[in-house]
Design a protein around this ligand. Structure first.
Ligand code: SF4
Length: 448
């Protein structure tokens, strides 16, 4: 892209906040590989903006609301609130452009002073992050450049309750300018930036094509647990691929003084497991539960801190049979009911021990304890099952290396040959409990 034609819109700016490659691909003809999340978020965003704009219209008196007005000659204007205002400014290197969701205007009380303009951005989520504030900051920055005076404050209207957050834009200007400089440099270059898979990939519209490219080059960023600085360190030593990393693995005995410390995660051993398509074990991982397992899987909406499904797989007393329970909450008021039903089900199991995979369930258990400390709950029993819960991921982390790029349960389940509905957590548990590891007779059990 030649620099004199370069246009940096709010969309391009937002993409860069997530990933330089995404920013670059947005300016090319790269087709979207599709992401249900992207589509869902776009629809939510559009409908939230429409609803909030209608609310602003309904709260304004006659003539005090304008749609897409010009920001020239504001002295003669009557509007106090407006929506869909396109602002644009030309810099030395590019055009900056944003379509402000809304703007509020407070006319100056002193004639020689300018009106006070506050850009407003609508964001459908309840929780806001730095990215949201920077995006509002970009709106304010482009507005201030286009009208030739500073805009110090912006507003974000967000979430189910249409909460308002006032954001000091002045504090964000330096960061915004640095991002604009980086985008300008990125888009001036005819070659794409380095591909680095990252946390945003699962919800990105380019995820399939990027994943294919990473697989083709066997890129280190396929190892999802590797931090950016570790990857940079390996690259500085000439190690660019997972296969190259696998050859750097050296078995080491754990020092006696570190015997009680958890095993350190070894990316090279993970790479070796992938290259050889074998599971590798460090030490002797053990769960220490032989009966009473109750497998727990919880679903919720993190943006609302609301849990709508508790999934349980319980072994019948004195039998090899498992019973599955799905406890659904249709709304917030149902959440307490499913928590009580959950406690009732496990109270019937002899010496119950909760087994789950990852920290999501740990947070859930702690939240339920805080949220529903009422008389209908046997606090002692609740405390016992929460404190004795076992997180399988914390046991396998650093000790069991599956030939999978991540430790995601679905990826591991696929490798182990479990259908997702077979309950992968219980399958994984069974595998760890098994002494002969029959599926993986090539395990290096004495590596560490
Ligand atoms: S899939 Fe990942 S690496 Fe590719 S553009 Fe999206 S965020 Fe960036």
């Amino acid at each position: 892209m030649s620099s004199h034609q370069m246009k940096i819109t709010a969309d391009i700016f937002a993409a860069h906040l997530k990933c330089p490659m995404k920013c670059w691909l947005r300016t090319t003809d790269e087709p979207f590989s599709g992401s249900a999340y992207t589509e869902w978020a776009r629809t939510q965003s559009h409908s939230y903006r429409t609803t909030e704009t209608e609310l602003l219209v309904s709260q304004s008196s006659n003539n005090e609301f304008a749609f897409s007005p010009s920001l020239c000659n504001l002295e003669s204007e009557k509007w106090r609130t407006a929506s869909s205002i396109l602002v644009q400014t030309q810099t030395d290197n590019c055009i900056l452009e944003s379509e402000l969701h809304a703007i509020s205007r407070v006319p100056a009380t002193i004639k020689s002073h300018p009106d006070d303009l506050t850009p407003i951005r609508f964001i459908f989520t309840n929780k806001l992050g730095t990215l949201d504030k920077l995006l509002l900051g970009f709106d304010a920055f482009v507005l201030s450049k286009s009208i030739g005076r500073s805009v110090r404050v912006g507003k974000i209207i967000h979430g189910d309750d249409s909460g308002t957050l006032r954001v000091s834009v002045t504090a964000l200007i330096n960061t915004i300018q640095k991002h604009i400089e980086k985008i300008t440099a990125l888009l001036s270059n005819p070659t794409p930036p380095e591909l680095v898979l990252n946390r945003h990939c699962p919800e990105c519209e380019f995820r399939d094509s990027c994943h294919q490219k990473a697989l083709k080059s066997d890129d280190l960023s396929l190892l999802s647990g590797m931090a950016v600085k570790d990857r940079a360190k390996h690259r500085s030593k000439g190690i660019f691929s997972v296969t190259q990393l696998s050859f750097t693995f050296r078995p080491r005995r754990k020092k006696k003084c570190l015997a009680n410390k958890p095993f350190k995660y070894d990316h090279a051993l993970k790479a070796l497991a992938i290259r050889e398509n074998k599971i590798h074990i460090a030490g002797n991982p053990s769960i220490g539960i032989t009966e009473g397992q109750v497998y727990l899987d919880v679903e919720g909406t993190p943006d609302q801190d609301f849990y709508y499904l508790i999934g349980l797989r319980v072994k019948e007393n004195n039998s090899d049979k498992y019973i599955q329970h799905s406890l659904w909450a249709n709304n917030f008021s149902d959440e307490r009911n499913i928590w009580l039903s959950f406690l009732k089900i496990i109270s019937k199991v002899e010496n119950p021990r909760l087994v789950h995979y990852g920290s999501y369930e740990t947070t859930f258990l702690n939240r339920m304890r805080e949220r529903y400390a009422d008389s209908a709950i046997d606090v002692e029993f609740q405390e016992k099952i929460i404190s004795s819960a076992v997180n399988l991921l914390s046991i396998i982390y650093g000790q069991v290396y599956f030939p999978t790029f991540s430790n995601g349960l679905k990826e591991i389940a696929r490798y182990l040959g479990y259908m997702w509905s077979d309950n992968a957590a219980s399958g994984l548990n069974t595998l760890i409990l098994r002494s002969n590891w029959e599926r993986t007779n090539s395990i290096s059990n004495s590596l560490m």
